[in-house]
Design a protein around this ligand. Structure first.
Ligand code: GDP
Ligand code: MG
Length: 182
């Protein structure tokens, strides 16, 4: 193994939320630094990797995408199994995607089994469309606070805060490991 491919930790990250909120685009932007305006649901990459450095340690993030099964709420247990963290995504321009968060949260908490301490980052996506915004930043903050989640707003397009969303989440998982909490 070459020096550069070595890492101290491997974290599985999952991305959940309604169809069309930008889950695949967020993953693609984070792992491949590109934005694909029209994403074919059926040709989803199932997962991708990216290395991040936290506290001088290399951490490999293994990001899983749903490839469209979420439209039928038929995500299998193997998707959740072993996830260290979940990005719970809604679209700030579509109210219903925000209203469905509680159901997604229930699914993550029920199925993710990483010592029952899965780290969840609430992600309000599509900040590049301020004229279409219907869910305020304050509402996102409030939902996150009420449910013990971290919170960030992103644009998979620009790509405002995309790296931050994944790296901050990885740092929280790493922090829990250092504290011996997981
Ligand atoms: P998924 O079903 O949650 O995986 O959503 P996709 O990643 O396939 O994105 C759904 C649609 O929203 C696509 O047409 C994307 O191009 C678009 N999209 C995703 N993220 C953004 C964003 O941050 N800004 C804008 N303007 N469009 C986005
Ligand atoms: Mg998708």
């Amino acid at each position: 193994m070459s020096q550069s491919s070595q890492y101290a930790y491997l974290f599985k990250f999952i991305v959940v939320g309604d169809t069309g909120v930008g889950k695949s685009c967020l993953m693609l932007q984070f792992t491949d630094k590109r934005f694909q305006p029209v994403h074919d649901l059926t040709i989803g990459v199932e997962f991708a990797y990216r290395m991040v450095t936290i506290d001088n340690k290399k951490i490999k993030l293994h990001v899983w995408d749903t490839a469209g099964q979420e439209a039928f709420r038929s995500i299998t247990r193997s998707y959740y199994r072993g996830a260290a963290a979940a990005l719970l995504v809604y679209d700030i321009t579509r109210r219903e995607t925000f209203n469905h968060l509680a159901t997604w949260l229930e699914d993550v908490r029920q199925h993710a089994d990483w010592n029952n301490k899965v780290t969840i980052m609430l992600v309000g996506n599509k900040t590049d469309l301020p004229h279409k915004r219907v869910v305020s930043t304050e509402e996102g903050e409030e939902f996150a606070r009420d449910n013990g989640l971290a919170f960030i707003e992103t644009s998979a397009k620009t790509p405002h805060n995309v790296d931050q969303a994944f790296v901050d989440t990885a740092a929280m998982v790493y922090g829990k490991i250092q504290e011996g909490a997981i």
